[in-house]
Design a protein around this ligand. Structure first.
Ligand code: XMP
Length: 497
């Protein structure tokens, strides 16, 4: 029954995940026997095959820390100054708590005029200059501010002196134990900052502890040889990106992604050669590519991983604007087949909107999936929630949208030297999904069930079954796709976990 992948994907059609379906195989193991452990790149191993995309509405330090705590990884975006990106990397790596509060810092001479300042954290930190990396003097607690008759009162008149804190390197269980033993509601986490004394990098509340204890557990966290969270970062191919790379390496970045929508360029190949020569120990992921020709060039230049996808992302308009790209199922299968012969892991980037897409991407040869919209509505994504009617949403924008490009991401689309900027992405909003710490474990359990139906107990076994033609696929007609979705109901409640 069905066709082997090699035949299905060589008929001149560009298929995406929804176009194809795997035929089930034989089950001789339980779901929990499925291992999804994998490689992001030649030397970076992960327990969970998920990657948070380097987009400014997806991955900053909170997302990177949360993904690493799940055994996955986040790639911190580069739509910022090099020093800012490096400090986001350091922040994600500097503690073992799987999230960050967005901390607010003020100087003693300032006032707090609006309760909105307390939205992201229950207390505000007071430092000498009002910046995070300046001497810490005290805190302002929300109840103290609530009691103020005159909100213009200077902070120095009512702040509390800074007393209790814990080292940022404390584990989640150590912090939880400390809060319980001392009957505290909140504790700041600090790290040494040379002459400056101590710098606050995060805080933990008892609500955080309870919330996280309620989440399902998922494998081992992603830790580097330094014992800190694994964190990646993206760079471009401009001359100034060499300096950015140096900042990132100093911050301890574990893997670097060369961020381009069309990676097969002289600019990227030169940057790969430069980075490999300057930092031979650092894994470098090239892309994006969708053909074996593009992939071959980057493999020859020395990449340790390949990112696959062009125009498949939910906010992408590259295929419409530039008339180039490829259906994501075909692109992943073709590139991964070549990359496997060279021992180069492949990231299937974009177009993931459910666990079935992840099963398809991984079985077709990818070692990990990179996601934007799937993660952008989570608590850990940058930005705050807004309401659109009765829907709680977070902003999600393409890095090729005009809005993002004004901040510098036009280099990804090789448009930084062009006088006229052409958008290859849109700005939108995605629904609130809660914490990645909750929905990624559920999603991975669903992926394991998919692997079990295919009779594959690991990624390697799925790849072997596909290449040996044991696993077979078919193309779904429009009616078959309709039948495969929910249909025929007047109403239903969509809740997957
Ligand atoms: P998803 O589907 O996960 O896709 O939201 C995320 C991926 O989309 C790519 N990306 C873009 N592609 N125009 C594009 O053509 C854009 O503005 C844009 N922004 C992001 C990127 O590969 C990301 O990982």
């Amino acid at each position: 029954d069905g066709l082997p992948a090699a035949r299905l994907f060589s008929q001149g059609y560009s298929y995406t995940y929804d176009d194809v379906i795997f035929l089930p195989h034989y089950i001789d193991f339980p779901t929990d026997a499925v291992s999804l452990s994998t490689k992001l790149s030649r030397h970076v191993a992960l327990a969970t095959p998920c990657v948070a995309s380097p987009m400014d509405t997806v991955t900053e330090s909170s997302m990177a820390a949360a993904m690493a705590s799940l055994g996955a990884i986040g790639i911190i975006h580069s739509n910022n100054a090099a020093s800012q990106q490096a400090s986001l990397v350091r922040l994600a790596k500097s503690h073992k708590i799987p999230f960050n509060h967005d901390l607010v810092f003020k100087s003693p001479a300032e006032s707090i005029l609006s309760s909105e300042e307390f939205l992201s954290a229950p207390c505000i930190f007071v430092t000498e200059s009002g910046a995070q990396n300046s001497k810490l003097l005290g805190t302002v607690q929300k109840p103290d501010w609530d009691r103020l008759a005159d909100k213009e009162t200077r902070i120095s008149d009512y702040m509390r002196n800074f007393s209790i804190s814990l080292p940022a390197g404390y584990s989640f269980e150590d912090v939880a134990g400390y809060l319980a033993k001392n009957e505290l509601e909140v504790v700041p986490l600090v790290r040494g900052n040379g002459e400056m004394g101590e710098e606050v990098v995060n805080l933990v509340t008892i609500d955080d502890i309870e919330r996280i204890r309620g989440f399902p557990k998922l494998g081992l966290p992603s830790l580097g040889s330094d014992g800190e969270f694994l964190v990646g970062a993206s760079i471009g191919t401009r001359e100034s990106d060499k300096e950015r790379l140096e900042h990132l390496v100093k911050a301890g970045v574990n893997v670097v992604v060369l961020d381009s929508s069309q990676g097969n360029s002289i600019y990227q190949i030169e940057m790969i050669k430069y980075a490999k020569k300057t930092y031979p120990e650092l894994d470098l992921i090239g892309g994006n590519v969708v053909t074996t020709y593009q992939a071959q060039n980057l493999i020859q230049a020395g990449v340790d991983g390949l990112r696959v996808g062009m125009g498949s992302g939910s906010i992408c308009t590259t295929q419409e604007v530039c008339a180039v790209g490829r259906g994501q199922a075909t692109a992943v299968y073709k590139v991964a087949s070549l990359a496997a012969q060279n021992g180069v892991p492949v990231i299937a980037d974009g177009g993931i909107s459910n666990s079935g897409h992840i099963v398809k991407a991984l079985t077709l040869g990818a070692s990990t999936v990179m996601m934007g919209s799937f993660l952008a509505g989570s608590n850990e994504a940058p930005g705050t929630y807004e309401y659109q009617g009765s829907h709680r949403v977070k902003k999600y924008r393409g890095m090729g949208s005009l809005e993002a490009m004004t901040k510098g991401s036009d280099a990804r689309y090789l448009g930084d030297k062009a006088k006229l900027k052409i958008a290859q992405g849109v700005v939108g909003a995605v629904a609130d999904k809660g914490s990645v710490l909750k929905f990624i474990p559920y999603t991975m359990q669903a992926v394991k069930q998919g692997f079990q139906d295919l009779g594959a107990s690991s990624l390697q076994s799925a790849h072997d079954l596909l290449r040996s033609c044991v696993l077979r696929l078919e193309v779904r007609t429009g009616a078959a796709q309709f039948e495969g979705g929910i249909h025929g109901l007047i109403s239903y409640e969509k809740k997957s976990f």
